[in-house]
Every structure is written in C-alpha cells, then in structure tokens.
Design a binder for this molecule. Structure first.
Ligand SMILES: [Cu+2]
Length: 243
C-alpha cells in the first residue's frame, strides 16, 4: 500500500495509521527481492543486528556519537526550555468517520500538551512579518503543564506522581557533541539539545514520523531579526508566485 495513502487515511480517520507494506528505497524494494535488480539475484551478506527493542544496545551505540572535532558549544545558556512529547486522544463531540480512534476519538500528539496546528491560509512567517492576527499565539509553555515521571511508565497514576526526573547536567558533553538536525530517542527517553538561535525566521521542531507530525507533534521557534541586513529575513521578491 502506498505510504501516502496510509498517511491520508490516518489523517482523515484520526485512527492509528495502518502498516504500509511498501518497503522501498529509491523505488526499489531492496537486494533481498528478485525484482529489485535487473541483473542476476545476489545474496547479500547481512550483518546480524540487535533486536529492534534492544534499547540498551541502541543507547550504548548512540552515546558514542562525537563531533569529528571540538564543537563550539554555547556555554552561556540564556533560555532553558523543557519539552515533553506525548501521544494522546482528542474527544469528538459526536461519532464521525473522522473520529475512528479508540472510543470514537482522534489520535493526537503534542509537545508540552499543545497539539500543533499548521495554519492553513498563511505561513507563520507571513503572519509574523505582516502582523496578521489569529494565526498563532506566543504563549507556548516553556515547561510541561503537569509534572510526572516523564521517563517512566505513565499509567493511571499520572495524577499521583511520586518520582521526578533530574538531569545530571555535569555529564553533558560540551567538548565534542555531534552537530545534528535529527535526534532519536526511545519511548520514555530524553535528549538535551543546545543551540544558538542566530538564524532569523520560523523553525519547526517536530517529530520525524509524518503521521505524528500531522497529528500535532510539533512546535515552532520564532527567531527574530538581528542587526543589519545579513541577520534579517528579507521580504519576498515582488514577483514571487502566489499559491
Ligand atoms: Cu513521533
């Protein structure tokens, strides 16, 4: 099944996406399938990999990632933000084909309990620079609204937290951490990200799984202009085609 059809169906119904059976890379199903290559079929030698849920091995592997040289890590932190990421359900007022999640709900995803809604008519950049009201608000919470054990199993005891999560910031790698634009974390895991907000514009931070992004697992940083033309977002050219 076409992955885009799977995504479309999930977005429409609000239910969990089906598993696509389209396992292709660059349009080819891969060396294990006869139809992948025109030439004679060759049996590739595959390395033996750890189990997909072997978190300890995956963590030990990713913990070894290093920048090839010393990285310029910002040591002064002006702004500390703490984001939790979660999947949840949105109640529907009445049964509908668009509410086919558990008990007539829609699956949703959120950061700090806010499920991101992409504006339809205007981009966030337009809204900001043209002062368009009603497109976004600037009250994204810098910390999660409810405290609980963010890395533990969260069950019905969510409202009775007894433990907390404390980061040992002394163990942060400030010498040669890898420079990344994507980072993986296990369910219940956490990552610490440090960056300099020196590129003006609107930057989405979002889940890399399309279906989760579509259900709201995103937020946006609005980085304001700096000093001078080179540090400022330039207006679109007058002949920019309109959608
Ligand atoms: Cu996700």
């Amino acid at each position: 099944m076409n992955p885009m059809d799977v995504l479309k169906l999930a977005t429409f119904s609000g239910a969990a996406p089906n598993v696509s059976d389209a396992f292709t890379m660059n349009g080819q199903p891969g060396d294990l399938y006869r139809c992948s290559n025109k030439g004679p079929f060759s049996n590739p030698i595959l390395p033996s990999l750890p189990a997909f849920n072997d978190t300890a091995t995956a963590t030990a592997f990713t913990a070894k990632f290093r920048s090839p040289s010393h990285a310029k890590v910002p040591l002064e932190v002006d702004e500390n933000l703490f984001f939790t990421v979660g999947l949840g359900l949105i109640n529907c007022s009445r049964p509908s084909p668009r509410c086919q999640g558990p008990n007539g709900t829609r699956f949703t995803a959120s950061m700090n309990n806010v499920s991101f809604v992409l504006p339809r008519a205007n981009s966030l950049m337009q809204a900001y620079y043209q002062n368009l009201p009603g497109v976004f608000t600037t009250d994204f919470p810098p910390v999660p609204p409810i405290k609980f054990d963010y890395t533990g199993n969260v069950g019905r005891g969510l409202w009775q937290p007894t433990r907390g999560t404390k980061l040992d910031t002394a163990k942060f790698n400030l010498i040669d951490p890898p420079i990344r634009n994507t980072i993986g974390t296990s369910p219940g895991g956490w990552v610490a990200i440090r960056f300099v907000a020196d590129n003006p514009g609107v930057w989405l931070m979002h889940c890399h799984i399309d279906a989760h992004f579509g259900t709201g697992l995103a937020m946006a940083f609005l980085v304001e202009n700096g000093v001078g033309e080179l540090q400022s977002v330039q207006p679109p050219p007058s002949d920019l085609p309109r959608c």
